[in-house]
Design a protein. Structure first.
Lengths: 113, 110
């Protein structure tokens, strides 16, 4: 199994500012992902965090808005840059282990005023 | 420790069968339970349940929550090959945090 922690668990931010969300997993994992969830909607994949190289972004998401780092196999950060109220959402970190099982973190609830 | 457990871990059925997937939870300050269908990397939202005993239905899929038993079931009737996926259960608890199960992998054979 994999235990994932995210920081912060929630935050309220002013528009125009940036927030960095951290994801820490208790074991080395092959894949790390970042998702966004709007209330009552499906999880939307933002990007795959690649260790030692640039993240792979899904359609509609760009590096300038959502810079991602993954310095090692157990840690990743997602930054939400130049925030607007439309960025208010729950941001979830997820990992896939070598056995192919996917685990999700507890989420970071972001409110942008 | 808060946790969500799904069963079975995997299931193989024939087209037309009915399946029942289970989700049990131990989560502080339960707020809601959500079911998702995951075919690729982005789970698709199916249902959100907050009240016990009220069935939610969408086509051949239905789900119900039992807060007394701390569990929920997801039923799929007349299964089709397109139902093959991983079905995820998540519970929102204290501090608006989410706890996900590891999913039930469903394979529907023609």
């Amino acid at each position: 199994s994999a235990v994932i922690s995210q920081k912060p668990s929630r935050d309220i931010c002013q528009r125009g500012t940036s927030l960095t969300i951290q994801c820490q997993v208790d074991s080395q994992v092959t894949m790390m992902f970042w998702y966004r969830q709007q209330p009552g909607q499906s999880l939307t994949l933002i990007a795959t965090a690649n260790q030692g190289s640039e993240a792979t972004y899904e359609s509609g998401f760009v590096i300038d808005k959502f810079p991602i780092s993954r310095p090692n196999l157990t840690f990743s950060t997602l930054t939400v840059s130049n925030m607007s109220p439309e960025d208010s959402s729950i941001y979830l970190c997820s990992v896939e282990t070598r056995r192919g099982t996917q685990y999700f973190g507890p989420g970071t609830r972001l409110l942008v005023l | 420790e808060d946790k969500v457990v799904q069963s079975p871990l995997s299931l193989v059925v024939h087209e037309g069968d009915t399946v029942t997937l289970n989700c049990s939870y131990e989560v502080t300050n339960f707020r809601s339970l959500l079911w998702y269908k995951q075919e690729k990397k982005a789970p698709t939202f199916l249902f959100m349940l907050t009240s016990s005993g009220i069935e939610k239905k969408s086509g051949r899929l239905s789900s119900i929550l039992d807060k007394k038993e701390l569990s929920s079931i997801l039923n799929i009737t007349a299964t089709q090959t397109g139902d093959s996926a991983i079905y995820l259960c998540a519970v929102e608890g204290a501090g608006n945090q989410f706890y996900f199960g590891t999913g039930t992998s469903l394979t529907v054979i023609p």
